[in-house]
Ligand binder design. Sequence first.
Ligand code: MLC
Ligand code: AMP
Length: 507
Amino acid sequence: MNLYSVLEKGFPKDKKACALETHDGLYYSWGDLEAATAKLSNLLASLKLPKGARVAVQVEKSPEALFLYLATIRAGYVYLPLNTAYQSAEIQYFLENAEPAVVVCSSKNLSWVSAVASKAGTKYVFTLDENRTGTLLDSASGLSDKFKTVPAKDDDLAAILYTSGTTGRSKGAMLTHKNLGSNAQVLQKFWGWKKGDVLLHALPIFHVHGLFVAAHGALINGSKMIWLPRLDTAQLLKHMPQSTVMMGVPTFYVRLLADKGFTKKVASNMRLFISGSAPLLTETFNTFKDVIGQPILERYGMSETVMLVSNPYKGKRVGGSVGLPLPGVKVRVVDEDNKPCKVNEIGSIQVKGPNIFAGYWRMPEKTAEEFTKDGWFKTGDVGRWGGDANGGKAPNDYLCIVGRSKDLIISGGYNVYPKEIESFIDDMPGVDESAVIGIPHPDFGEAVMAVVVPKAGAKLNAEAMIATLKTQIANFKIPKRVEIVADLPRNAMGKVQKNILRQQYTA
Ligand code: MLC
Ligand code: AMP
C-alpha cells in the first residue's frame, strides 16, 4: 500500500482541525494539508515522469516542504532529501549518483544548483523558500486540490537517504513504502500515541529522525504538530505547555537543561520526551529525571532501518540502554563467527525485519557486504544484552550500545565519516597526512577534530585550513580543532592508532 494511504488513515475526520501551527503564528488545517499536497502531486504527475523517478529536495524547513514530501510519495515517486548544509561539491555527488528527474532548491542557491542539476541530467528545477514563495508553489497554484493517490506495492521505493560511507563516498539507502509504513504503525502503538497529542517538532526534516519518526508519528495519529524551523530553546519553552510529545537528538536535552526556564511546571503537559540518533549520556538522563520528574525515552535506529529498538513507554526506562527490540524487529548480538553472544558479552549488532531497507542505490556489492549469508543486516554498531548500564542494571532483554565498529563520528546527531574529511585535508598544499577523530564535546556529544602532519619544510596554519574547509564541505563536518603535529602514532602494522589520539586529546 502507498505510504501516504497508511498515514492518511490516521488523519482526523474534522478537516478544520489544526494539523500544523508554525513559530510565526500560522495555522494549517488537515484540509489545507490535503489540498496543498494534492496540488503538488498534480504538478509532479503533470511532468509525466517515469516510474521510480527521484525528486531531490534541498530546502529550508517549512510546512510546504513537508507537503512536497507527502506529494512525492502520494504521486508514486521517490523522495530524496538533502541536508541544507551541503555545499556544491556534495550536492553534485548526490545528483550525479541519484540522477533525479526533479530538483527543488532554495531560490538563493538556484544558480549553482541548476548548473549541477543540468550536468546530472535533471529535467526540472523548482525553487521553494520558507516564506511560501518559489516556482514550485507558483506552478502548482492553479492545479486541482484533489488527487487520487497512486497505488504502490510494498517493495516500491518511497525514499533514498544518503548516509556517509566509511570509504568517504556516500551510499543511498533505499527505503520502501513497506519499510516506512510498517515502522510508523509499530511506533504509534509502542509509544502510546493518543488522541489529543501535540508534537513539538524542531528537528530538521531531511533525516530519518525528523521526517520518518517524528512527522510520521504525528501524521499517522492525526495529531497536530507545532512546527519550528530549528532548535531554539526559547521557542521550545514557549510552546511546551501546549505540547505532549517531543523528539530530539541528545543536544536538545543538554540545551534545555542548561536553560533555567526549563522546569517541571513548563513540562507539566508533556507525556513523552524521546531521544535518539546519538548516545544519550547517562548524566543527561539522570539530571533530566531529577529536574523534570520523568525519564527520557531513548531509542535506537538508522537511516537503513528506521527504528529498531526502544525503551518502553510504560515499563522501565534504563539510562545507558536503548531498550527492547520493537515488535516485528529481530536483533542479535554476535561474535566474530556470527554466533550469538551471551548476556553481558560484547558483540556486533545485527538486525532483521520489515523495516530493513532494500539495499544501497546502485551498489549491489556494497549491499551484499552489509548483509550476512542468512539475511541479517550488519549495523556496524557494537553492543550487549543487559549488564551494568550506568543508569542502573539493564534487564537481560535490553540492548546497550557500547561503541561502533565503523569509523564514524556523531556530532549533534549528524554523522561524519573521518575518511571524507581526511581526504579534503590531505589534498591541501603542504599536508603530508591527517587523522580525523571524534572527541567529547559538551554540546554536540562528539566534536570533529583533525590531527595533521605537514610535509617536510612546509608550514601549516590551522585557522587557514579551517577556513578552506568551510568553503568545501557542510558546516557540521568542519573540525572544531586542528592540531599540527610532527607525526601520528602507529602500531606495528603501520596503522594510525586513533585510539591513542582520542585519549591524548580527550585528556
Ligand atoms: C551545527 N553546527 C554543528 C552542528 N550543527 N557542529 C557540529 N555538529 C552539529 N550537529 C555548527 C555550525 O556549523 C555552526 O558553526 C555552529 O555549530 C552553530 O550552528 P547552528 O546552525 O546555529 O547550530 P544549531 O542550530 O544550534 O544546530 C545544532 C543542532 C543541529 C544540534 C540543533 O545540528 C541539529 O538539529 N541536529 C539534529 C541532527 C538530526 O536530526 N539527526 C538525525 C539523523 S537520523 P560555525 O563555525 O559556523 O559557527 C539518525 C537515525 C536515528 O541518526 O536514529 O535517528
Ligand atoms: P544514521 O546513519 O545517520 O542513520 O545514523 C545511525 C547511527 O546512529 C547508528 O548506527 C548508531 O551508531 C547511531 N545511533 C542512533 N541512535 C542511537 C542511540 N540511541 N544511541 C547510540 N547511537 C545511536
